[in-house]
Design a binder for this molecule. Sequence first.
Ligand SMILES: CC(C)(COP(=O)(O)OP(=O)(O)OC[C@H]1O[C@@H](n2cnc3c(N)ncnc32)[C@H](O)[C@@H]1OP(=O)(O)O)[C@@H](O)C(=O)NCCC(=O)NCCS
Length: 166
Amino acid sequence: MSTGPTQLSVSIRDVQCGARVRIVEPANVYGCTLGDDCFVGPFVEIQKGVLIGARTKVQSHAFICELVEIGEDCFVGHGVMFTNDPFSVGGPARGRRALWRRTHIGDRVSIGSNATLLPVTVCSDVVIGAGAVVARDITRPGIYAGNPARLLRALDPLPSSAPESE
Ligand SMILES: CC(C)(COP(=O)(O)OP(=O)(O)OC[C@H]1O[C@@H](n2cnc3c(N)ncnc32)[C@H](O)[C@@H]1OP(=O)(O)O)[C@@H](O)C(=O)NCCC(=O)NCCS
């Protein structure tokens, strides 16, 4: 008979932080690097090896897994999900990390609530709509939405300052 589950706790540990970084608890943030003035909302998980550039904001309930890099002045909306295991062998890699794939997000990328990103590269100056599923690399600045995400319209480059809302 089992004596019950092993209980683990969320924690913020081994995080390399720039100046003025704010993380709202509870959050499970470990082994990652956060640039100056980053904000991380509650109920976020950021796994080891993740790099997040200065002034990027990560809103509540987002999941940022290993092998993800996000640039400066980005906005990661509530409940945004990143992935690193494409299930390329018909299911989870089950520890075979060689099957995982990287995601790279450029600067000034805003990702709407509840979007999901498969392992992709997204260039700078992109908006991804709420609920989008980004299944292919984005190489041209613009607004993308839908499942799979498609270009809605081109976008002039944004000024290099982060969105204000938290
Ligand atoms: C993608 C987005 C930026 C587009 O805004 P927009 O350029 O003003 O676009 P419009 O509202 O004019 O819509 C253009 C078309 O795209 C569709 N569309 C807009 N947003 C969409 C989305 N997220 N997913 C799918 N289709 C979308 C519209 O239905 C419309 O289609 P139609 O031409 O067939 O009617 C915006 O809708 C969005 O999703 N923003 C993210 C908001 C968010 O998550 N904020 C987080 C902080 S609160």
